[in-house]
Design a protein around this ligand. Structure first.
Ligand SMILES: Cc1cc2nc3c(=O)[nH]c(=O)nc-3n(C[C@H](O)[C@H](O)[C@H](O)COP(=O)(O)OP(=O)(O)OC[C@H]3O[C@@H](n4cnc5c(N)ncnc54)[C@H](O)[C@@H]3O)c2cc1C
Length: 689
């Protein structure tokens, strides 16, 4: 029906809608004129529908028209970052990858007015749709996603097409923070104390806690009162979801029934149940691009170049110093130089990939594909860690209260989202509450739980087998047999997520062609302890459906036997051991592929200052540096790493004698002479393929 209205009519309908709540918008609209506004709305609709595909969601044009009208860009004080058409010959710092970490770095480093910063990002701008929390699953497999798939393996993801897990990654300014579900979880103090104990001074919990507080703008006054753990006034908003179903409080009551406390999971004690804290601002996504980069967009010393695919880090042939990068943009191979540092923030897949393409990595692996060795570092691409959960653990209920997409996405909810910034569209795909609990394999007195429950007022069948199934890459046969008969029914779901996996995957090169994706080996559930913990997690999740708090809604576990496990008696350990290998769900927390460690650790790729061993002038600052994955969703720790990384860079360059001496001569003079470096590099052929 909405599509039938057509673009003009949809926009027209919006113009007629009551405009009262945003005075500034109304006043501004008069000044700009309806025709310009109409053009802008049409433009927004075109961009967003091209990216997502209009056939997927009939409401899309109307929703975008509403958002574009009520949040009209011209009046947004924090508009999108500029995309420079050309980059200069050289910058002080080049940041590769404008994702979660890259945007934080660009913002923090450009605070130093005499530094020139370049941020190179392979993707383009965010869209109106990527702002809408309920619709994030529509971004998977869209143009904003790199669409990685792992190599087929027998240990997990057996229910997926070709037995390959889908590893969604953001290809857009803001990176995976534009596609994620915005859950704000810092992890456990023991994670960081363990990092320090591995030989990484400065990374203990008390060292890193100030960096969590620094970025945070906690909008829940009750949580914000606790100033030891929470910050206010930072660039990154953390708020409660504006929309919860009655299932949200029921999850917490169920937790109490099970003997757990209601806690602030980012505070003193992690073990317990809580409502999620979200990186949202006024009900919309607070990506790192929006939160960190937009406030810096007018800085003269910061250039952001989008659609720039970096293919190689250039190193000096004698000193091995990183001196610049090559990238493909507008169909041509370009070179740009860094006079101080190149920083890799391309994420846990692309960062090790780029290192190997540049000759930095395991010598035998580079030799295999014919890349000349610059620095042998066996740990590059190894130590790959991720959090996995079991998908499809769903409970039918008797009341029409859960997130059923058909019911939730309509003109009313679109207007509610655009005008009052709340309603079902502000729900992050139904995620309402979180639990950190102990299976029998954890020591409960440690407050270092080994299992997290992500509790949702929806599940895989809540959109009738369309987008969730596609996002997770489930095969048609599997979905059809297990879930199709409960399409669009009211349900809730629990994703039991194993927190400290012992299995380790790896990444290797498919070829020396930089545009070919690397080969990804997840190795999920190859360690028997992981199987034990995940199995116990599933059993506890199923048992949780038996609590009074959830039984009140008529909760009953959807126990259709899984195709490959039918031969095993249901509810036995053998059955669960089979089941967890079917609908194995990544929580998209790839990390650890360029791990931080002391020089004595042969697998360490970066030192505790995040500098790459053996390659001066090159740092890695993103999820790759985690020695071990943190105990919870990892986005907040990635932002913390970037905040700390930026400070370490400032400490080095703003305090070093070298810098001060140079600075005395001229504030703008770089450490090395760009033209000289460029000429030498070209002469010795380092810029070649
Ligand atoms: C679907 C999804 C849901 C998630 N949900 C949550 C959640 O709710 N809570 C949570 O804590 N965590 C969540 N995560 C994880 C979290 O978002 C990521 O761990 C985090 O964003 C990683 O940050 P990063 O900076 O390491 O990488 P990214 O944010 O992925 O940034 C890497 C950037 O580099 C760019 N890039 C890559 N290669 C190149 C190249 N060759 N040239 C130029 N640019 C390049 C990419 O396009 C991207 O913008 C989720 C992730 C996904 C994908």
């Amino acid at each position: 029906m909405v599509l039938g209205l057509g673009l003009g009519a949809a926009a027209g309908a919006i113009f007629k809608a009551s405009a009262g709540s945003k005075a500034a918008v109304t006043a501004g609209a008069a000044a700009v004129g309806a025709s310009k506004l109409g053009i802008a709305i049409a433009g927004a609709i075109k961009i967003a529908t091209t990216i997502i595909g209009v056939s997927k969601l009939a409401i899309l044009p109307f929703l975008i028209a509403a958002i574009a009208y009520y949040n009209y860009d011209l009046f947004d004080p924090e508009n999108r970052p500029f995309n420079v058409p050309e980059v200069s010959l050289a910058y002080d710092f080049i940041i590769v990858g404008g994702g979660s970490a890259g945007c934080v770095l660009a913002s923090r480093l450009s605070e130093v007015p005499h530094w020139r910063i370049l941020l190179l990002e392979a993707g383009g701008q965010e869209t109106e749709i990527s702002d809408v929390p309920l619709l994030s699953l529509y971004l998977h497999k869209s143009k904003l996603d790199w669409k990685y798939r792992t190599q087929p393996q027998n240990t997990a993801c057996q229910a997926m097409k070709d037995r390959r897990c889908c590893w969604t990654r953001g290809k857009v300014i803001g990176g995976s923070s534009v596609l994620n579900t915005m859950l704000y979880i810092r992890g456990n103090r023991r994670d960081f104390d363990q990092w320090a104990s591995f030989g990484n001074p400065g990374w203990g919990y008390e060292d890193i806690l100030p960096y969590f507080r620094k970025s945070e703008d906690q909008r829940n006054p009750y949580l914000a009162r606790n100033k030891r753990y929470h910050g206010t006034g930072g660039l990154w908003t953390v708020q409660d979801s504006p929309y919860n179903t009655p299932l949200g409080p029921a999850f917490l009551q169920a937790g109490e029934e099970m003997g757990y406390d209601i806690v602030d999971v980012n505070g003193e004690q992690q073990t317990g149940f809580a409502f999620y804290q979200f990186n949202m601002r006024r009900g919309s996504r607070a990506s790192t691009s929006k939160s960190f980069l937009r406030p810096a967009r007018l800085r003269k010393n910061l250039d952001v170049a989008m659609f720039a695919h970096v293919t190689k880090v250039l190193t000096h042939p004698e000193t091995k110093r990183a001196i610049g990068v090559q990238f493909i943009r507008d169909g041509s191979l370009q070179t740009v130089y860094a006079t101080r540092e190149v920083i890799l923030s391309a994420g846990a897949i692309s960062t090790p990939h780029l290192m190997m393409l540049s000759g930095i990595g395991p010598a035998d692996e580079l030799q295999r594909v014919g890349i000349p060795l610059v620095q042998h570092l066996p740990g590059v691409g190894q130590n790959l860690q991720d959090h996995i959960a079991v998908g499809g653990i769903a409970f039918l209920i008797d009341y029409p209260i859960s997130i059923v997409m058909k019911r939730m996405v309509n003109i009313n909810t679109a207007l509610r989202y655009a005008i009052t910034e709340d309603g079902p569209l502000t729900s992050s795909v139904g995620l309402e509450a979180v639990a950190f609990i102990n299976t029998k394999y954890a020591n409960a007195s440690d407050d270092w739980p080994d299992m997290s429950f992500m509790m949702t007022s929806a599940s895989v069948m809540s959109d009738g087998g369309s987008q969730v199934k596609t996002a997770h890459g489930l095969s048609d046969e599997f979905y059809q047999e297990v879930y199709s008969e409960v399409n669009d029914r009211d349900v809730f779901g629990i994703f039991p997520m194993m927190l400290r996996p012992k299995s380790r995957g790896f990444i290797k090169l498919a070829s020396k062609n930089p545009l070919r994706y690397p080969l990804l080996y997840h190795n999920y559930l190859t360690h028997p302890d992981d199987v034990n913990v995940l199995r116990e997690g599933v059993k506890t999740a199923v048992a949780m459906g038996e609590t009074q708090a959830l039984k009140r809604f008529g909760a009953r576990f959807w126990s259709k036997p899984l195709p490959n496990c039918k031969h095993l008696p249901q509810f036995t350990d053998e059955y669960w051991d089979c089941a967890i290998r079917q609908y194995t769900m990544t929580i998209y927390h790839m990390s650890g592929t360029a791990k931080m460690g002391p020089p004595s650790d042969p697998w360490a790729v970066v030192d505790p200052q995040l500098r790459v061993y053996g390659v001066p002038g090159l740092r890695v600052i993103d999820a790759s540096i985690m020695p071990t994955i943190t105990n919870g969703n990892i986005h907040a720790p990635v932002v913390m790493i970037a905040e700390k990384g930026a400070d370490m860079i400032k400490e080095l360059w703003l305090s070093s004698t070298q810098w001060r001496t140079k600075r005395a001569r001229s504030d703008l003079e770089p450490i090395c002479n760009v033209t000289e470096v460029a000429e030498n590099t070209l002469k010795d052929g380092s810029t070649g393929s």
